[in-house]
Structure formats: C-alpha cells, structure tokens
Design a binder for this molecule. Structure first.
Ligand code: FAD
Length: 286
C-alpha cells in the first residue's frame, strides 16, 4: 500500500489550506473528504471577514478554493474516514471506501455537533455501525435501520438493500428522501435511544420502537473520540498546542475541530500551522 507523507482528513478551509501548504513544501499529500468541499462554505450567503475577499458568497469562495486546488494539482480522494489508528511510526486510516497509510495525519473534520443516542456507544460493533460500506456484509438476509443525517446517505441505504432483506430509512433532514422502493422510509420518526434485545437491536423512537439486526447511524461528522482512539479531547474538541499538535506524535488537528471561534480565516490559519508542524515532524523522524 502506498504510504503518503501527510494525510489530511476534511475538505473545509482548514484541510484545504493544510493541503496547499504541505504541497508547497513538496510533501506527498492525501486529501480525504468531499468534492463539494464543505457545506459550511457552500451554504454561506455572504462572507465579509475573509482577508482579500470582501463580500464574497459561499459559492464563489468554494469555486475559488477549487481553482486553487486545481492550480496546485491537489486531488481530493472522495471518502469518509471512520477510524485513524496510530501504529507507531505510521497511521492506518480506515475510510468507507478503503484503507490508507500516512506518516503524519492532520484532522480537519470540522466541528462535531453529533450527540450520541443513549445506548449507541455501548452497542457500537454489537449491532450499531457508522459505515454501511464497511459492515453491510454482516447483514446478509437480515434487517437494518439506517438513520441518515444528509441526503448523500440515501446511496448508502440503497447499497444495503443489495445485501439486507429489509431496510428502513429515517431521514434526519428536511428534503424528501428519494430512495428505491425496497426501502421503507420513516420520515418524521425521531430516534431517542438504542437498546440491545437478545440478538437484535431496538431503536426507541418518539412514537414507539423499531427492531432490526443492525442500526446504521450515518452522520457527517464522526465524534473525534471515535475517530482516533486515545486522542485527548476536552468538551468534544481536540486538544492541541500552538503548533496544532495533539497528544499523539505525528497527529495534528486544525479548524473548528479544535474549538471556537468558528471562523474561516482561523480554520485556514490553523491548517497552515498544522501542515508546517507536520513537515517538521517528518524531518525530525527521518
Ligand atoms: C451558514 C454558515 C455561515 C458562516 N459564515 C461565516 C462567515 O461569514 N465568516 C466566518 O469566518 N465563518 C463563517 N462560518 C463558519 C465557518 O464555516 C467554519 O468556521 C469553517 O467552515 C470551519 O472550517 P473547517 O475546515 O474547520 O471545517 P468545515 O468547513 O466544517 O469542513 C470540514 C470538512 O470535513 C469533512 N469531514 C468531516 N468528517 C470527515 C471524515 N470523517 N472523513 C472525511 N471528511 C470529513 C466535512 O464533510 C467537511 O467537508 C459560517 C458557517 C455557516 C454554517
């Protein structure tokens, strides 16, 4: 497997700036995230406080970030990272679509507003999963409930119908779910908690409960504590020093994931610092 020098997880301003700085410093960069960059850029109506870009819409900013990446010949590997494992002298990164390796990793995943359901963490790997692509094979001929926090999760639910016998889909967003007719959509059903019941799992909802062999919770952000085992977190934010170093050697974090203020320029600035610290780390371990 190819080992990249620096892997960057997240394609918001923090991750993009980290990627650009690492590339300027001639490092091999793996940029993992989404080709739409960040919904927090896309959805901004008018931005007035980004240096050099007075009164810019989110859409225009998104296009100009994309142009910058193209000019630097930086490609985005479209994937969602599930877990980062510190292996000593390198990191193994498990994405929904594959495994990756890198000598240093920069977390730029944005703020996690994710609140776990009671019973979710206790049953993770025991009927609860965060990744349909990774775990679908466990549900051959079985039933699954999918809780999708954005429209793109509909594709994951549809993928599950190729394997599972019965798939229920709970859209946690405003738009109408457009999925194939093998899926039973339960719009408006509000999940409250998860309980283990014999070999099955029960999703307790506001209107009752749903029983299935598996429950897939597909959120945009994985909580940092779930993303990297052993990472020091305080109030759901990654603890870093001024060099954006975390408690794990070779692992850096930048942007909203490190805490307030939640601002584009702060995220981009921290991305720059994180990349320079990663470059120094690589030089030091050589
Ligand atoms: C509507 C709106 C308007 C705003 N207006 C302003 C403004 O005018 N001025 C200002 O300074 N700030 C503004 N902000 C705040 C600003 O958007 C954020 O501070 C900034 O986007 C943070 O950048 P980031 O790179 O840290 O995270 P994000 O922009 O959140 O990017 C993180 C990226 O990582 C991806 N990701 C997350 N988890 C994973 C994973 N496990 N694997 C792969 N990828 C992952 C996400 O999908 C996302 O693309 C606004 C925010 C919103 C929502």
């Amino acid at each position: 497997m190819e080992r990249h020098e620096i892997a960057i997880i997240g394609t918001g301003p923090a991750g993009l700036e980290a990627a650009i700085t690492a590339k300027v410093r001639n490092k091999s960069v793996l940029l993992l995230g989404g080709k739409n960059l960040s919904t927090k850029i896309e959805k901004a109506h008018m931005i007035k406080n980004y240096l050099g870009l007075p009164e810019i819409s989110g859409e225009t900013m998104q296009n100009s970030f994309r142009t910058h990446l193209e000019k630097m010949e930086i490609e985005i590997t479209e994937d969602r990272v599930n877990t980062v494992y510190a292996m000593g002298d390198y990191f193994a990164i498990q994405g929904h679509s594959g495994m990756y390796e890198a000598s240093a990793v920069i977390l730029a995943c944005g703020m996690s507003a994710a609140r776990h359901f009671p019973g979710e963490l206790e049953n993770l790997g025991r009927g609860v999963s965060y990744c349909a692509t990774c775990d679908a094979s466990l549900y051959k001929g079985k039933s699954a409930v999918v809780i999708g926090y954005s429209k793109k999760e509909e594709a994951e639910a549809e993928f599950l119908t190729e394997i599972a016998d019965k798939v229920y889909y709970l859209p946690m967003y405003q738009e109408e779910a457009a999925v194939n007719d093998k899926i039973e959509v339960r719009a408006g059903e509000k999940p409250l908690a998860i309980e283990k019941k014999d070999q099955k799992v029960q999703l307790i909802t506001e209107s009752g409960f749903m029983e299935a062999d598996g429950i897939f919770i597909l959120r945009d952000n994985v909580a940092p504590s779930q993303l990297v085992p052993g990472l020091t977190i305080a109030q759901n934010q990654v603890t870093v020093d001024r060099g954006m170093k975390t408690n794990i050697p070779g692992l850096f974090a930048c942007g909203d994931i490190t805490g307030a203020p939640y601002q584009y320029i702060k995220a981009a600035g921290e991305g720059n610092v994180a990349a320079l610290s990663a470059v120094k780390y690589l030089a030091d371990i050589k």
